[in-house]
Structures are given as structure tokens and as C-alpha cells.
Ligand binder design. Structure first.
Ligand code: FDA
Length: 423
């Protein structure tokens, strides 16, 4: 067995790095951060298109799928302002973009990762890449563990689980952490890829690749509306992506996996109802009676999309709008405002940014991230059943939970030392 440590942190992603720094800053000394990957921080480096969207300028519980009161308390302990101050203190000032997303002023995810790693080094945290953990076994009756990894066994007084979920498994996050915590008494809700692009039946979108536009997406399961949101949709060679699709994807994926009849409808003229769009079309036709359907629709939408949609409605794009029958006009309007996207599947774990599902938040103490199932164990980040929308919310979750667990584990180590001294 290796020399023991006070706190073993399993997983050196965003949450694990934050937990390590905050536990060391709170006075813990023998901290070991183990990660199975050969190099630390792959996910941070590719995040935000290589720029790392560190947080958002306004983070609220309803930006997350997870128990709102619990999420609120966790975020309140270390919020987005605290994150900004923390990163500025680490030498990585953040800047706000129009969307509210906060990025490093450097526009480089590398500066984020380097700052976290330098801080770990300065605080004496032992960072051990290439140390894949195989199991975590309690020793004795107290809060101590044997952490079995690929080079041996590490004794630890406290363990912080920061192994992430299953998204982008090639970065090392393959869901193995859930097996360990199950053996320690936790449950894990079914897990699904989230913030994931959607694949469409081939055909319709072939000519649209590269186009991006504002839309409103509504997802229905067995006829009931389960999600509605507006934002930017990006057409791609395989189907659809972009923030609104990524945010809606979890609802489509979960409903589909549970055997429901799921349908995603797209309004290409967000904030316009069927009746308003019909009125617009009637007015435009009256003003330009000789214009083609395509020409009139292209006043509102990109040319290529206008053509594809009008064709999909079974109308000749070159035909005159004035010659449309009422039924044809309504078919066009229906296509514009409630187009059923032919989604066949999500792109899967290799393209998902996060995981929906995980260890229920009810199984941790939201003040400390301590397990309610096993003494001495803490859970942080994506391993938990909480996923945020796109925009920096998932990293905020990692920083906030890492902060709480790191400090709490340090306090717990200090008080057990104190008890041992006075015993
Ligand atoms: P994370 O998955 O980052 O880390 C877990 C670590 O545990 C990994 O390093 C893994 O190797 C290690 N591990 C797992 N099992 C192990 C074992 N058995 N033994 C040892 N080590 C083990 N979010 C955001 O807010 N802004 C953004 O810009 C982006 N961008 C983005 C882009 C892409 C492409 C992806 C895939 C994701 C994002 N995200 C994001 C989401 C964000 O990256 C994610 O929410 C956090 O990285 C989660 O942090 P964790 O530390 O919880 O897990």
C-alpha cells in the first residue's frame, strides 16, 4: 500500500481540481488527486470550443435539471461572482459576452487548466495522472478507505468522488465512478446523454448544412408538451445542433428512452403564432400579388431554408403565392410554425457535453456534498443527478460542488485530528 493520505480525490476534471484546491486552501495537507487519463484536463481544454465557458453572468436554479431547492443552496455557497473572483485571483480574469457567457479574457481554455494545475502545485496537492481507480473499499468502521488504482492501493481518510458522468468517454469519464458509489450504498438514476446534437432522417436537411437561425423548439411526449425553448438552431450534415437543440435534447432523449411517442416541433418564426404568420402571408401576398411563395417566405428566412420548407409543405416554391388555395396556404404556415423535425436519434455519448441522471441529490448533504450513505465520502460534479443548460452552468456546478466538498472534507480531517489528539 502507498503512504496514506488525508483526502483522496478521484477524478481530476473541473470538479476534482476545484475540490483539491479548496480543501488545501482550507488547511488540509495530504491531498492526492488521482485520474485515469495520461494527461489531466482534456475536457476543460476542448470546452467552449477551446475557450472554456467558465460560468455565466446569472446562474439560477432553473438553469439546471435537478432539485431546485438543493441546487439553489449549493450555488449560493459559491456563486458565479465568487467564481469570477476566484479565477481573477488565479490570474485568469473573465470577460462577459453578449449571451451572458463568461470566458477567460485570454480566450484560451489552456489558461484555465494551467491556473488550476499551478494552484494545485503551489498548495502541495499530489496530482497523479495515469492512476485509474478500480475500486474504493471502506476500511474498518470509521471514515477511511482503500483506494485501489492501477499502480497499487492508497489509504485515505476521506474520499471525494469527482469521476464525472459518461459524456465524451475518450476523455476518461466512462461512468466507472457510479459502480464504486453503488457499492458504497448509493443509487444511480438512469443516465442519458444530454446537451447532445440530434440526427435527422436523411433528406430534408441535406441542403441546409451550415445555416443557423433563431427558432422555437417544442418537445411533446405522448402528445403532452414537455419542453419549450427558443434559441439558435444550427443545421449540420447529420441533422441539428446549436444551443437550443442541445438544451432540448435531454427531453427528447429521456422521453424516447422511456418508450413514449416523442415529437419535436420547430417554429421558424419564434414569437409568431400560426394565426399571425397566416396574417403576415396574406398581407405580403396582397402587397406583392405576383411574388412566388419562395420569394415571400425568403423575406423572413434564409433562401435555402425557405425553399426546403415550402417543398416539404408540398408546394411548388416557384408558384405564385396569390394562387395558393386556403388549404395550401395553411399547409405552408403550418410548416413554418410547427414543423415536425424528423429526429431519429441523439448522436450519443461521444458527442454529448453532459450526462443527465446520476446519484440523486437527496443522497448528499447539500451543505457539504457529503454522502448520506457512507461516512467520509463526498460527491461532486457530473457524477450527481444534475445537469445544466448550455452557457457555463455545468462548470459552475463543478466549481460550486468542489468548493463545498473540498472545504468540508478539510474540516472533517481537522476535527478527527483534534479528536485523536484529545483522546
Ligand atoms: P469530468 O468528466 O470533467 O472529469 C472526470 C474525471 O474523472 C476525468 O478526468 C476522468 O479521467 C476521471 N475519471 C473517471 N473515472 C475514473 C476512474 N475510475 N479513475 C480515475 N479517474 C477517473 N461546460 C461548461 O460549463 N462550459 C463549457 O464551455 C463546456 N463545454 C463543453 C464541451 C464539451 C465538448 C464537453 C464534452 C463538455 C463541455 N462542458 C462545458 C461540460 C463540462 O465539461 C462538464 O460539465 C464538466 O467537465 C464536469 O466536470 P467533472 O469534473 O464533474 O467531470
Amino acid at each position: 500500500m502507498d503512504d496514506g493520505c488525508d483526502i483522496a480525490i478521484v477524478g481530476a476534471g473541473a470538479a476534482g481540481l476545484a475540490a483539491a484546491i479548496f480543501s488545501a486552501e482550507a488547511g488540509a495537507e495530504r491531498i492526492v488527486l488521482l485520474d485515469g487519463a495520461a494527461t489531466i484536463g482534456a475536457k476543460i481544454l476542448i470546452s467552449g470550443g477551446g475557450r472554456c465557458n467558465v460560468t455565466h453572468d446569472a446562474v439560477r436554479p432553473d438553469d439546471f435539471n435537478g432539485s431546485p431547492p438543493v441546487v439553489r443552496n449549493i450555488l449560493a455557497a459559491f456563486d458565479e461572482q465568487a467564481t469570477s473572483r476566484w479565477f481573477a485571483g488565479l490570474g485568469v480574469p473573465l470577460k462577459r459576452e453578449d449571451t451572458g457567457k463568461l470566458f477567460p479574457v485570454s480566450d484560451s481554455a489552456r489558461t484555465v487548466l494551467d491556473a488550476l494545475l499551478h494552484r494545485c502545485a503551489a498548495l502541495g496537492v499530489a496530482v497523479r495522472p495515469h492512476h485509474r481507480v478500480h475500486d474504493i473499499v471502506p476500511t474498518g468502521s470509521g471514515a477511511s478507505f482503500s483506494v485501489a488504482h492501477q499502480h497499487g492501493v492508497l489509504g485515505a481518510e476521506r474520499v471525494i468522488m469527482a469521476t464525472g458522468g459518461c459524456s465524451l468517454p475518450r476523455t476518461g469519464s466512462d461512468g466507472s465512478g457510479w459502480d464504486f458509489v453503488r457499492r458504497l450504498g448509493h443509487t444511480v438514476t438512469p443516465t442519458f446523454p444530454a446537451l447532445v446534437p440530434l440526427v435527422l432522417q436523411s433528406g430534408f436537411h441535406a441542403a441546409l448544412s451550415g445555416l443557423s437561425q433563431p427558432v422555437e423548439l417544442s418537445t411533446y411526449a405522448d402528445g403532452a408538451l414537455i419542453d419549450r425553448r427558443a434559441g439558435s438552431l444550427l443545421w449540420t450534415h447529420f441533422g441539428i445542433s446549436g444551443p437550443v437543440v442541445m438544451d432540448a435534447s435531454r427531453h427528447w432523449v429521456i422521453a424516447q428512452a422511456s418508450g413514449q411517442r416523442v415529437e419535436m416541433r420547430c417554429n421558424f418564426l419564434p414569437a409568431h403564432s400560426f394565426a399571425q404568420v397566416e396574417e403576415l402571408l396574406i398581407e405580403a401576398t396582397a402587397v406583392r400579388p405576383r411574388a412566388s411563395v419562395q420569394t415571400l417566405i425568403a423575406e423572413q428566412l434564409p433562401d435555402r431554408l425557405a425553399t426546403a420548407l415550402v417543398r416539404d409543405a408540398g408546394i411548388d416554391p416557384a408558384g405564385r403565392a396569390a394562387q395558393l388555395s386556403r388549404a395550401q396556404r395553411r399547409a405552408v404556415v403550418h410548416t413554418l410554425t410547427a414543423f415536425v423535425l424528423p429526429v431519429v436519434r441523439a448522436r450519443g455519448w461521444n458527442f454529448a457535453e453532459v450526462t443527465a441522471g446520476g446519484v440523486p441529490l437527496a443522497e448528499v448533504d447539500y451543505r457539504t456534498m457529503a454522502s448520506r450513505k457512507h461516512p467520509g465520502l463526498y460527491l461532486v460534479g457530473e457524477i450527481l443527478d444534475c445537469d445544466g443548460r448550455i452557457g457555463g452552468f455545468n462548470f459552475q456546478w463543478a466549481w460550486s460542488t468542489g468548493y463545498l466538498a473540498g472545504r468540508a472534507a478539510a474540516r472533517a480531517v481537522a476535527s478527527s485530528r483534534q479528536r485523536a489528539l484529545t483522546a
